[in-house]
Design a binder for this molecule. Structure first.
Ligand SMILES: Nc1ncnc2c1ncn2[C@@H]1O[C@H](COP(=O)(O)OP(=O)(O)OP(=O)(O)O)[C@@H](O)[C@H]1O
Ligand SMILES: [Mg+2]
Length: 230
């Protein structure tokens, strides 16, 4: 499902955090958004998913402007979101977390749950464990599974490798690689090599605006690392 973002502005009080942000994720494409801490990446994703209402601009899903639609309707249209910091339900079990996500989305087929558990087998073992008792890497897998059981057409991930041990990073990389081409993926990352290995297109943000866009093949790793180095 194609995503087109155009002229997006966002303010927190009088501070402008997004400035005329525009880019597209083609249907089945994987786009990585890179940028330093505070560049506005999470704010952008919150606008896309309907957590925040942008002050200006359009967000089109398969051609339809969804900027005035609430989050749950965007989710029905096929958008799923894995937020930064996971945001799972700590007091619910792993199973309850997953089934609640499937139910909220109206997923009837248990097939979606089975598929997600096959990708993240640890969640099967931890099915009855409280979400809050999982390690960071296990919570990341749970958040990812919660998004996948909705059978998204556009998957939005905010720093899925942040604070995660290398073996889980490579599992997450494999899962994203397996989804590439089948659904659209928008990936916010600060881990440059992870982003470059997966993305068909890289969008660099600085101070709330897009300063660079490069497609696979034209990606200059050194130029990118200068943009995002602290
Ligand atoms: N709720 C808020 N109220 C006021 N300012 C905020 C709020 N959330 C974020 N900001 C500010 O907006 C700017 C962009 O923040 P945002 O979280 O979007 O950046 P980010 O690129 O996701 O950073 P990080 O890489 O650290 O996750 C920062 O200057 C931040 O301090
Ligand atoms: Mg962020």
């Amino acid at each position: 499902m194609q995503l087109d973002v155009d002229g997006l502005d966002q303010h927190y009080g009088s501070a402008q955090v997004l400035r005329s942000v525009g880019f597209s994720v083609p249907s089945g494409g994987c786009v990585a958004v890179l940028g330093r801490n505070g560049a506005g990446k999470t704010t952008l994703l919150k606008c896309l998913t309907g957590v925040l209402a942008p002050t200006r601009g359009s967000i089109r899903l398969a051609g339809e402007d969804v900027v005035d639609l609430p989050s749950h309707v965007r989710s029905r249209r096929g958008m799923a979101y894995v937020p930064q910091g996971r945001e799972i339900f700590g007091d619910l079990s792993v199973g309850e977390n997953i089934l609640a996500a499937a139910r909220a989305h109206g997923t009837k087929a248990s097939g979606a749950v089975e598929e997600a558990l096959d990708l993240f087998p640890i969640l099967k073992e931890m099915w009855k464990r409280r979400g809050g008792a999982l390690s960071g890497g296990q919570q990341q897998q749970l958040a990812f599974a919660r998004a996948l059981v909705t059978r998204p057409k556009l998957l939005i991930l905010d720093e899925p490798t942040e604070g995660i041990q290398p073996s889980i990073v490579s599992l997450i990389e494999d899962v994203i690689a397996g989804l590439r081409g089948r659904i659209s993926i928008l990936l916010v990352e600060q881990y440059l090599d992870f982003a470059i290995s997966l993305a068909d297109r890289v969008v660099v943000m600085s101070r709330g605006t897009v300063v660079e866009t490069a497609d696979r093949g034209a990606i200059d790793r050194d130029a990118l690392s200068r943009h995002i180095a602290v």
